[in-house]
Design a protein around this ligand. Structure first.
Ligand code: SOE
Length: 386
């Protein structure tokens, strides 16, 4: 039987545009889905670039104005991968036009904006999703399964770090991720947002935070030309860095238990080091994104003489998502997290169900981000207001 086609419009063509394009191209090759995504139109403001990306990524058409795209009757799903300050306007307009919407993280610039997006999506009755792709790494989804099965018991600690080093060089220019008016925050919204999502997914809601944010290099060259690998060419003029370089906070969870979070792009040698450990009454789990196929598991109920951390290679058919790919231990990579997320989203759309994670998660995540910023300014504990 012919599958129902789902026409997709992608807004944005840089780093995330590339990751999402690859996922649309690949998803039906690995997952058996009831709907088939059609890469209809890619949209970006610079015609020469978006045209080149249409050809490179394999979209049917290109456009330079998102308004033309989201109002097209043939478009079913709008995917927003542009910079953070444009999420709310584009995603809200797409929802109001009755399109299902996938939006990159963080959902918005602040809680008020995020709530407005969610209200529009709920009013329109569309399927909304946020791209917290790491939830879809088999090892992290397996951690969730083990926690739900009670294998580590009651959780006492979540300890997460997300460390990178790509802005250590003071001559690195002010790309949009270093501009508060475009990004909303620095390492905080860029990296801590992922840790917050992991903590909410695996442990539960965060009820209080106490944070400390700092900017180490306050002036940098302005940007002359952006590339699609986070960086760009520096100009000879200097400008102010308006975002945090480091964000650290403590947290309390609704279910009891405490968390510590650290995000920075100033950690020499750490390239994409998202690592977290969860300690419970019966055991511990640990994940390291740079070894993303593996999950460390310590089980206190093992006989004492056989206890020790074991490494589960989460690539077997019995592990989440893994059965859609290769035989056991034939590992997958970063791009597969986007494919897995898309498979789940397409399934939700086909079944008319809510996607996970969605904009409710986006609002709650944003509330934690905002509470940490307030806490850092006030130097005290703050309750996230979602
Ligand atoms: C850059 O810091 C970046 O690409 C983030 O923007 C992503 O959200 C993260 O997944 C990897 O690092």
């Amino acid at each position: 039987m012919a599958k129902r086609k789902l026409n997709v419009a992608l807004i944005g063509y840089s780093f995330m545009g590339k990751a999402h394009s690859n996922a649309y191209r690949q998803v039906a090759r690995y997952f058996d889905l009831d709907v088939e995504p059609v890469m209809k139109v890619i949209c970006g403001r610079t015609e020469s670039k978006v045209q080149a990306m249409r050809d490179k990524y394999g979209w049917e058409e290109y456009a330079t104005d998102y308004r033309d795209v989201i109002n097209r009757p043939d478009i079913d799903l709008v995917d927003v991968t542009v910079a953070n300050n444009q999420h709310a306007a584009i995603a809200t307009a797409a929802a109001e036009a009755g399109k299902h919407v996938l939006c990159e993280k963080p959902l918005a610039m602040n809680v008020a904006e995020a709530k407005g997006m969610l209200a529009a999506a709920e009013k329109a009755g569309i399927v909304h999703a946020i791209c917290h792709n790491y939830r879809k790494a088999p090892a992290i989804a397996l951690a969730k399964q083990l926690i739900d099965e009670g294998r580590i018991g009651h959780v006492y600690h979540f300890r997460g770090v997300y460390l990178q080093d790509w802005i250590l060089d003071p001559s690195f220019p002010i790309v949009w991720r270093l501009d508060k008016s475009v990004a909303g925050s620095g390492s905080h919204g860029d990296l801590a947002a992922h840790l917050i999502d992991a903590a909410r997914y695996l442990v539960g809601e965060i009820t209080g935070v106490c944070g400390m944010m700092d900017t180490f290099i306050k002036q940098r060259p302005l940007l002359a030309d952006f590339d699609d690998r986070l960086g760009g060419k520096a100009s000879d003029q200097m400008g102010e860095v308006t975002v945090d370089d480091s964000s650290i906070f403590m947290a309390r969870f609704a279910q009891g238990g405490v968390g510590t979070f650290e995000a920075s792009r100033f950690c020499a040698g750490r390239k994409n080091y998202q690592r977290f450990e969860i300690n419970g009454s019966n055991g511990s789990l640990a994940f390291d994104l740079e070894r993303m196929n593996e999950l460390e598991f310590f089980d206190r109920t093992d006989p004492a003489h056989a206890q020790g951390f074991r490494t589960i290679t989460a690539t077997d058919g019995c592990h989440p998502y893994a059965g859609n790919y290769w035989p056991a231990a034939h590992i997958i990579g970063y791009e597969h997290t986007f494919i897995n997320l898309l498979a789940d989203l397409l399934k939700a759309i086909a079944e008319g169900k809510a996607a996970t994670p969605n904009w409710v998660d986006g609002v709650k995540n944003q509330a934690v981000l905002e509470a940490v910023e307030k806490s850092s300014a006030a130097r005290g504990w703050v309750t996230p207001e979602a």
